[in-house]
Design a protein around this ligand. Structure first.
Ligand SMILES: Cc1cc2nc3c(=O)[nH]c(=O)nc-3n(C[C@H](O)[C@H](O)[C@H](O)COP(=O)(O)OP(=O)(O)OC[C@H]3O[C@@H](n4cnc5c(N)ncnc54)[C@H](O)[C@@H]3O)c2cc1C
Length: 318
C-alpha cells in the first residue's frame, strides 16, 4: 500500500532552521483576569503567568522548554498532539547534536529507545565504497559518535524531559493564532484550542514559535515561498544487515542519492531522493521508478530491498 505522508509539501531547504522568537521586552498586558465573558465564555483567558510561550513540542520546542525552564523561566509548551509521532524525519542525530543534548543535560533522551550508535558514513559511487568515519572529538580524544533511532521515540523522551522540568507546563492544544499588541506590531501571546476544552488565550512577554517544517505562522513573517526541488520517499525495512553496520549509507546513483541507516535493532530506514515532479503513487509510477531506475543501480552488497516494495507504506516529503 502506498500512502502519502500527512504533511506532504514543504521546502526542505528553506525551513529546516525553524523557530521564531518574538520578544516583547516590557509587556504591559495584565495576566490576572480569567474570563472575557462570565456568562457565556467562548474564549478563556489564562490566569497563569508565563515568561515564555513555546508553540510546538518537537525537537526545538521541547529542548528549548527544558533549557529555559532549567534556567528558572516559567514556560508554557503548547503541542497539538502529544501522542508519539510517526514520521520519517529527524532519525539520525549527528555527533554535534549529541553534544548539544549533553550540554542541555538531556543525554538521557537517547537512552531506552533502541537507538543505534553511528560512527560515520559509508558512501557508494560507481562500484566503490568510501568509508568516512566521524572525526576525533577534541574534548575527549575519542571518535565522535552519533545516534539513529525512531523519531517518535526520541521526541517522546524530549517531551518527558521538558515536562519533568520545574517551571515547565506542557499542554495539548493547537495554537490557532498569535495575539499581537494594539499596534499589530508585537506578539504578546497566543490563542490555543485544547483538545478537550474551550479556546484559551495565553500571554507572555516572549513567544517562541517552533511549529516545524509546515509552519502555519512562518508566512506571517517572511515573504519567501518554498521552492520544492525534490521529494524524499521513505520506507522501513526489517531484518536488513547493512554492508557497514553502525554507519549511515549514502548511495550515489543516477539521478540522486539513496540514504539508508538503521533506526532500531531490527529496522532500517530507506530514503530515496526523487528530483523534479513526483511520479504518481496511485497508478504505480513511483513504484516502477524505484524498481526499474533505482534498484538496478544499488550495490550488490545491499540486499534487494526494492523487490517487495509493493506492500510497503511509503511516506513522501518534499
Ligand atoms: C525527510 C527528512 C529527514 C530528516 N532527517 C534528519 C536526520 O536524520 N537528522 C536530523 O538531525 N534532522 C533531520 N531532518 C530535519 C529535522 O527533522 C528537523 O530539523 C527537525 O524536526 C525540526 O525540529 P522542529 O522542532 O523545528 O520541528 P518539528 O520536529 O517538526 O516539530 C514541530 C512540532 O510543532 C507541532 N505543531 C505544529 N503546529 C502546531 C500548532 N499550530 N500548535 C501546536 N503545535 C504545533 C507539531 O505537532 C510538532 O510536534 C530531516 C528532515 C526531513 C524532512
Amino acid at each position: 500500500m502506498y500512502t502519502r505522508g500527512r504533511n506532504s509539501v514543504f521546502s526542505f531547504s528553506s525551513v529546516t532552521n525553524s523557530g521564531y522568537l518574538y520578544q516583547l521586552p516590557f509587556c504591559t498586558r495584565s495576566h490576572s483576569y480569567l474570563l472575557s465573558n462570565l456568562s457565556m465564555p467562548s474564549i478563556v483567558e489564562s490566569s497563569s503567568e508565563y515568561d515564555l510561550i513555546i508553540v510546538g513540542a518537537g525537537v526545538l520546542g521541547s529542548a528549548a522548554a527544558k533549557a529555559f525552564g532549567s534556567d528558572g523561566r516559567r514556560v508554557l509548551l503548547l503541542e497539538r498532539d502529544l501522542s508519539e509521532p510517526d514520521r520519517i524525519v529527524g532519525e539520525l542525530l549527528q555527533p554535534g547534536g549529541v553534544n548539544a543534548l549533553t550540554a542541555l543535560g538531556m543525554e538521557d533522551c537517547l537512552e531506552g529507545i533502541d537507538g543505534i550508535p553511528c560512527h560515520g558514513y559509508a558512501i557508494y559511487r560507481e562500484n566503490e565504497w568510501v568509508h568516512i568515519p566521524y572525526p576525533v572529538n577534541d574534548a575527549t580524544g575519542e571518535n565522535a559518535v552519533g545516534k539513529s533511532f525512531h523519531h517518535g521515540r526520541f521526541i517522546q523522551k524530549l517531551r518527558a524531559a521538558a515536562r519533568d522540568t520545574k517551571n515547565v507546563e506542557v499542554k495539548e492544544a493547537t495554537v490557532t493564532s498569535l495575539i499581537k499588541d494594539e499596534d499589530d506590531d508585537r506578539v504578546i501571546g497566543v490563542l490555543a484550542n485544547p483538545k478537550d476544552g474551550k479556546e484559551e488565550k495565553f500571554y507572555a512577554p516572549l513567544t517562541l514559535v517552533a511549529d516545524g517544517l509546515f509552519s502555519k505562522f512562518r508566512k506571517e513573517f517572511t515573504e519567501k515561498t518554498p521552492d520544492v526541488r525534490s521529494y524524499f520517499a521513505g520506507f522501513e525495512i526489517k531484518g536488513l544487515t547493512m554492508p557497514m553496520p553502525n554507519h549511515g549509507h549514502v548511495i550515489l546513483v543516477d539521478p540522486s542519492p539513496v540514504l539508508m541507516y538503521q533506526i532500531g535493532s531490527n529496522e532500517t530506514r530507506v530514503l530515496i531522493d526523487v528530483p523534479g515532479k513526483l511520479p504518481s503513487i496511485a497508478n504505480g509510477d513511483l513504484k516502477r521508478y524505484f524498481e526499474e531506475s533505482i534498484a538496478p543501480q544499488l550495490p550488490e552488497s545491499i540486499p534487494k530491498v526494492f523487490g517487495s516494495i509493493a506492500n510497503r507504506t511509503i511516506e513522501i516529503y518534499a
